[in-house]
Design a binder for this molecule. Structure first.
Ligand SMILES: *[C@@H]1O[C@H](CO)[C@@H](O)[C@H](O)[C@H]1NC(C)=O
Ligand SMILES: *[C@@H]1O[C@H](CO)[C@@H](O)[C@H](O)[C@H]1NC(C)=O
Length: 281
């Protein structure tokens, strides 16, 4: 059964802020108060997990919001979960939002989706969800590397804003996708991609930057496991391993030289959602 997730839009989410755990200065105050909502693991995804022990999700306990492993509280009282938790629900992320949009120089207040029209299929197999990302235009940038080879995700992410979104008044959409190209399991190249909002899809402003580009993507099928926490968590990395296992078990093939991370949430408060994704072959 196909479930069409209403389009959606959202919070200024960003995978670009590196999570540095409880030491993160939590001074940021969101405009609207963050409301705590309890979520179960089963509500957060559209599949049954596989019976093997390593798929069982009971090896961590959801901590009180804003309280970390060492009982450290968020300084701004707004919290994010400082340890692994159940992911924020897609239906709470992919909402419509009232924003001012500028199209061809004309500004108007519109209710617009925060996410592209992604279709989520209920999975007949255990351990993963199947998702169809619609064909469309994306803003893409190569992730810079520093002299020592570190990927400078945050810098590149900011560049998308300053070189493309800001000068062209193109609003933000989620997810932010990090697309990693692998060689022998190592990340050798990374790109950041965000969907161009509906109001600009048919006629996106051309990029004047030599770094940011507009790309046409075909409809794409991905397999995924959602995660509540932060991309640096070892347990997030483990989701790719579980995903590969589940796909192998379901006899489905995937591209083994690409990994995607989809980020949906603002990292400085609230429940998080990131998704470990692999591309269908
Ligand atoms: C849109 O812009 C108008 C005029 O600046 C402002 O009053 C209004 O609050 C804005 N709406 C949103 C949703 O930001
Ligand atoms: C996967 O393929 C094997 C070998 O052909 C078969 O025994 C098994 O039933 C298949 N599993 C699924 C889920 O189709």
């Amino acid at each position: 059964m196909l479930k069409l997730l209403a389009v959606l839009a959202l919070v200024s989410a960003s995978m670009a802020h590196r999570y540095i755990g409880a030491s993160w200065k939590q001074s940021y105050k969101p405009r609207t108060p963050y409301v705590y909502k309890s979520v179960t693991w089963d509500e957060a995804h559209e599949y049954e997990d596989c019976p093997e022990e390593d798929f069982q999700n009971d090896n961590y306990e959801e901590q009180e919001e804003g309280v970390g492993k060492d009982n450290i509280k968020a300084e701004n009282g707004m919290h994010h979960f400082l340890s692994r938790h159940n992911p924020k629900l897609i239906e709470d992320i992919c909402i419509n939002k009232l924003v001012n949009v500028t199209i061809d120089g004309t500004r108007s207040e519109l209710s617009v989706p925060v996410c592209p029209d992604i279709v989520r299929e209920e999975s007949e197999h255990c351990g993963f969800e199947t998702v169809i990302i619609p064909a469309g235009k994306w803003i893409v940038i190569d992730i810079e590397r520093s002299a020592d080879g570190e990927f400078q995700i945050r810098n590149s992410y900011k560049q998308v804003y300053y070189d493309y979104r800001k000068p062209n008044s193109v609003r933000f959409m989620v997810p932010v996708i990090l697309l990693w190209h692998l060689e022998n399991g190592e990340k050798v190249r990374g790109e950041i991609a965000t969907y161009i909002p509906e109001e600009h899809q048919s006629n996106p402003p051309p990029s004047k930057s030599d770094k940011v580009r507009v790309e046409d993507w075909d409809e794409t099928k991905v397999y995924l496991r959602p995660y509540g926490g932060h991309r640096e968590d070892k347990q997030f990395e483990d989701q790719y391993e579980l995903l590969r296992k589940a796909l192998t078990r379901a006899n489905l093939s995937y591209k083994d030289n690409v990994e995607l991370e989809a980020g949906y949430t603002y990292l400085r408060y609230g429940r998080q959602r990131i998704e470990a994704m692999l591309l269908a072959n």
